[in-house]
Design a protein around this ligand. Structure first.
Ligand code: PGA
Length: 250
């Protein structure tokens, strides 16, 4: 069984005072055998977030990293620097970065290797646009992104895949359960075909895109949904905690 993961992507939201939300979340977590909870705050908060989150058993992740380990890359942050803050994860290939910075599957693959080299677990994001879905191209697009974004040496501990339909991110629109099941089953089959039964079946597979307290339990009914990558609803402990509880109960 893949491990359950609830990951929060704060995007470009939050300053130091918002780290009190981590303490608040810590007091609302389910007891034993809880899902792994990861918060991915903006980079300037990584150090302090790691200190605040540690005692609660909450893990910390970044939202990006550079593919190179050091060098003349003004404004960029390497995976080793992220690991140095105490973080364990890095979200890579989020659709907002693919769109705003032209990140390609090849870029995401390079960044994933860099994250592994620094000991981070990569949360690799894939997802189709609304036009892709309307044109019935969803599985082709997902298959291509999966093949191109994942390096060969994937294991069930160094990589998490997050399926995030772009049209569902920040919109309040969510695919219906059949659509989520179809894509997640497809991704699982592709992972098993490429990486073998042991790794492919155990690698955590997250759904992302407008996950909220009131729809989480339905989404987690899908057999191949092992958790969620949550944007807006991860900013406040009172919103994120019920999602984590729904995952624990699934
Ligand atoms: P959302 O964002 O939950 O606000 O839709 C999800 C994401 O982009 O990871």
């Amino acid at each position: 069984m893949p491990r359950k993961i609830a990951a929060g992507n704060w995007k470009m939201n939050g300053t130091a005072t918002d780290l009190t939300e981590l303490d608040a979340l810590g007091t609302q977590l389910p007891a034993s055998s809880a899902p792994t909870v990861v918060i991915c705050p903006p980079a300037p908060l990584l150090f302090r977030a790691s200190e605040v989150a540690g005692p609660h058993g909450i893990r910390i992740g970044a939202q990006n990293c550079h593919a190179q380990s050091t060098g003349a890359h003004t404004g960029d942050i390497s995976a080793a620097m992220i690991a140095d803050t105490g973080a364990d994860f890095a979200i890579l290939g989020h659709s907002e970065r693919r769109e705003a910075y032209g990140e390609t599957n090849r870029d995401v693959r390079s960044k994933t290797k860099a994250a592994w080299d620094a000991g981070l677990t990569a949360i690799v994001c894939i997802g189709e646009t609304g036009e892709d879905r309307d044109a019935n191209n969803t599985l082709d697009i997902i298959g291509g992104q999966l093949a191109g974004s994942l390096p060969n040496d994937v294991t069930e501990t160094n990589t998490v895949v997050a399926y995030e339909p772009i049209w569902a991110i920040g919109t309040g629109k969510v695919p219906n359960l059949d659509q989520i099941v179809e894509v997640h089953d497809f991704i699982r089959a592709r992972l098993i075909r490429r990486f073998g039964q042991q790794i492919g079946a155990a690698l955590p597979l997250l759904y992302g895109g407008s996950v909220k307290p009131d729809n989480a339990a339905t989404i987690f009914q899908a057999a191949n949904v092992d958790g969620a990558l949550v944007g807006g609803a991860s900013l406040k402990a009172n919103d994120f905690a019920p999602i984590i509880h729904a995952l624990a109960a699934s």
